[in-house]
Design a protein around this ligand. Sequence first.
Ligand code: NAD
Length: 468
Amino acid sequence: MSIKSICCIGAGYVGGPTCAVIAYKCHDIKVTIVDLNQARIDAWNSDKLPIYEPGLEEVVMARRGKNLFFTTDVDKGIQEADLIFVSVNTPTKKSGLGAGMAADLAYIEAATRRIAQVSKSSKIVVEKSTVPCRTAQSMRTILDANCTENIRFDILSNPEFLAEGTAIKDLMNPDRVLIGALQTPEGIKAQNALVSVYNHWVPIDRCITTNLWSSELSKLAANAMLAQRISSINALSAICEATGADVDEVAYACGRDSRLGSKFLKASVGFGGSCFQKDILNLVYLSTQLNLPEVAAYWKQVVDMNEYQKKRFVQRIISTLFNTITNKKIAVLGFAFKKDTGDTRESAAITLIKDFIQEHARVAIYDPKVEHEQIMMDLTEPGVLDNRKQVEQHVQICGSAMEAADGADALIICTEWDEFKDTNLDYSQIYEKMHKPAFLFDGRLILDAPKLRGMGFKVQVIGKTELA
Ligand code: NAD
């Protein structure tokens, strides 16, 4: 079976870039990305795309209007497609049973119902969203119960492994593409059809085919293991700060072991992003449901360590600033959860700033890619700081690092943007503008601390101390 037309439900951080790259690589396939959010679709059809990713604009502009389309006409998109990616959001439930742990599958359910209700021909339905293991079974039931036409639906799992900030690079040259299917003749036929789409540019040996459930679980497992490495090095960073060991040296020494490898061993103020925490909590919830409490507790510790790391950093800042930050000005450099993205979901900066405000500090924030209104929305979201007035009184959103640093008592590196490196930013001028003593806290290990101490800064770095 050869795929001629693809629809992607969900024009977000995953659906947009993933399907734009498919259109870019497969000129013989019509790719339609649909979303209920009119503003998002309008942005995809404009000069200012709704998300920032290096290389994304070139890919979209090359194919938009040719074989790549963005529309809110969900039904037409579904009807025209041979294959449908379901790439909707699967956030952690905010309330009700399982709140704070279980994935909210309401968007998956709504999209699946819609597919069943409007389809007039057989479809391959692909889980692109990250979902709990055995979600395909629920989708099967929903499809069967809501379709009146005499047509077939084959369900595949094809989780996305792109990382924000390097999405286009990851999609153009993936380590692997994972496609899970029921091991029936029809399931395998559908699996092969999707392999042929990717095979336009992904070598066949990088296309891994598994059963449905292995594929669903592998996505949660991969994210859990990546986050676990970060929590492991962060746990070690606390020991480093107490002993004089240097976390960069420890990470390097460990990473030279070929069994461990060097990637994902960078200590930091903690991981953020929409996926790691959500997917681990999803695994924790799944383990609990499966009556595996020890397994649940094991994975939960990865998230707890991440929270602890953020609190520990805040505590270190406060105690260094003579145990009070009341009325002090704290300049926060970086608000995105990592560099090269404007995405702020679960960003460590949000937790830190909330704590600073609750300790009555004044906070000046600068991020090169996050819009001012997004920062205000994140800080005033229920459960963060509900009161917009309180936030407005305490927070100043700045247009440059220099403006944020003006009159500040402390400068905090929260995101590892290249422009914050000491080779790119004029720290001697920043030092002149700050209150003295001028404190500098590097939560991302991007600065040359001895050089900055030489300028007069009092520098503190995650996982390092001057004890050595
Ligand atoms: P997102 O919130 O950016 O995008 C989801 C989009 O789906 C939204 O624009 C929303 O309006 C749309 N949508 C929801 N229900 C719909 C419906 N019924 N019909 C049409 N549109 C609908 O989310 P995202 O970051 O793209 O993530 C999507 C999925 O991919 C999630 O399951 C996530 O866990 C997973 N994932 C995300 C990343 C990442 O880095 N962001 C990486 C890998 C996997």
